[in-house]
Design a binder for this molecule. Structure first.
Ligand code: PEP
Length: 236
């Protein structure tokens, strides 16, 4: 199966000119580019081969200051929406219940949802603890949801932006566990699981060659077009 890369730009780059340049230089099939909200329209108009993603969403439109709704994203031709990123959970206090509401709104709108899960440093060397933690996140996020168009990104929190990625063996074990759990909770039997956490060209091939891993969610390395293009070549 073809592997997928999602470029999570976070609150980067600084301006529209840079965003346009980065999008043009990393435009490729099997890539989803998720820029910050102010650049969505421009990036969407720049890319010809990649798909457009959003880093977050709110489940409703109307009187919600600062929010961006599912229908607004859909009109910008956003196809993938990330929910539950650990930075949203940590810095914006997003609960599992919030993640669940966002996930259902995205699925109801017919877009693909990229659900981020991952344990914190307290479970770094504790596989059963990590499994229990991630299974709880999955169960809460998928409560009452169809799991249609679902992609899960397994991102151990301790590996994000630290330069210290997970081992491919551990990531593969967690991906297998996630597939099992989603299969038990829904009708989706072989949910695609991406790995995220300090992916670079040096380590990407090891994750992308694993049968349990369907691609990567890439933060820092997606902002360096030369580096990201080298990762893209691995999935073409
Ligand atoms: C991320 O943004 O989800 C991420 C994994 O970041 P980084 O690749 O920088 O660790």
């Amino acid at each position: 199966m073809a592997k997928l890369l999602i470029a999570n730009w976070k609150a980067n780059p600084e301006n529209l000119t840079e965003a346009r340049r980065l999008a043009r230089n990393t435009d490729s099939v099997r890539v989803v580019i998720a820029p910050p909200f102010p650049f969505l329209e421009t990036v969407g108009n720049t890319i010809k081969k990649a798909d457009l993603g959003s880093q977050d969403v709110f489940w409703s439109s109307g009187a919600y200051t600062g929010a961006v709704s599912v229908s607004q994203l859909k009109k910008l031709r956003v196809k993938y929406v990330i929910v539950g990123h650990s930075e949203r959970r940590r810095h914006f206090n997003e609960s599992n219940e919030t993640v669940n509401r966002k996930l259902k709104a995205v699925i109801d709108a017919g877009m693909k949802v990229v659900l981020c899960v991952g344990e914190g440093p307290e479970y770094r060397r504790n596989l059963s603890g990590a499994r229990t933690f991630v299974n709880h996140q999955l169960k809460s996020a998928l409560k009452g949801a169809s799991a249609k168009n679902l992609i899960v990104a397994y991102e151990p929190v301790w590996a994000i932006g630290t330069g210290s990625p997970d081992s491919p063996e551990h990531a593969a074990e967690m991906a297998a566990e996630i597939k099992n759990t989603v299969g038990r909770l829904s009708s989706q039997k072989d949910v695609p699981v991406l790995y995220g956490g300090s992916v670079t060209f040096r380590n990407a091939a090891r994750f992308l060659s694993l049968p349990e891993i369907s691609g990567a969610l890439v933060g820092g390395a997606s902002l360096d077009s030369r580096e990201f293009r080298k990762i893209i070549r691995l999935v073409l």
